[in-house]
Ligand binder design. Structure first.
Ligand SMILES: NC(=O)c1ccc[n+]([C@@H]2O[C@H](COP(=O)([O-])OP(=O)(O)OC[C@H]3O[C@@H](n4cnc5c(N)ncnc54)[C@H](O)[C@@H]3O)[C@@H](O)[C@H]2O)c1
Length: 182
């Protein structure tokens, strides 16, 4: 069954990695998808519509959703938004902040039929990691080729999270299956 028929989604950072995977899965489920990415080059790869630049999700979107009678916002946090990591204080701080923002806004706008959640994925090997893996290896004092097996070993199922894992979870939260209504 198609889960996002007649839905319109704006995917910030939809030009690469997890965002691009979410765009693909949302389209597969029948949604119309607008990408909002600071990289025109990235956005052009996944595009239906490029809204260009950054996107102030928590003000403009909520205003619009209140007017239309509801909506869904999915913020992208991380496992680093739940547990601190040595040498990544700035990243963890930003991700913990997303959790606080999400929980506060979810409570504030539940009465407007706006569901707000945050996804907290573990490591996913996206273009972000192409850039980050050298830094991570240096900070952990390990060889680059040892990083992936090390990270996999931290997961009970012994594999890293995939873009599809996250995209399917995002579909669930955006769909009417997650309305929390009987
Ligand atoms: N990859 C991981 O291991 C992982 C794990 C947990 C959470 N996350 C989070 O998921 C999100 C996406 O990560 P990714 O790995 O897919 O990264 P990525 O680098 O592959 O893609 C990020 C995209 O966002 C765009 N972008 C950056 N800043 C922007 C802005 N201000 N406005 C609009 N677009 C912007 C970039 O141009 C790029 O196309 C990030 O918030 C990241 O912290 C990633």
């Amino acid at each position: 069954m198609i889960k996002l028929k007649n839905k319109v989604a704006v995917v910030t950072g939809g030009g690469s990695g997890i965002g691009a995977g979410i765009c693909k899965q949302f389209r597969r489920e029948g949604a119309k998808v607008a990408v909002c990415d600071i990289s025109k080059e990235n956005a052009d790869k996944t595009i239906d519509i490029n809204l260009k630049g950054t996107f102030n999700a928590c003000q403009a979107t909520v205003r619009r959703m209140k007017k239309q009678g509801g909506g869904v916002i999915l913020n992208m946090s991380s496992q680093s938004g739940k547990k601190g990591n040595a040498q990544y204080a700035a990243y963890c701080t930003s991700k913990f902040a997303i959790t606080g923002l999400t929980q506060s806004l979810a409570a504030e706008f539940a009465g407007n039929n706006i569901r707000i959640n945050a996804l907290c994925p573990g490591v996913v090997l996206t273009p972000l990691w192409d850039v980050m893996i050298g830094d991570y290896a240096a900070k952990q004092n390990m060889k680059i080729e040892d990083v992936k097996p090390y990270l996999e070993g931290e997961i009970p199922l012994n594999r890293l999270c995939s873009i599809e894992d996250i995209a399917k979870t995002a579909v669930f939260y955006a769909s009417d299956d997650a309305t929390y209504r009987s």
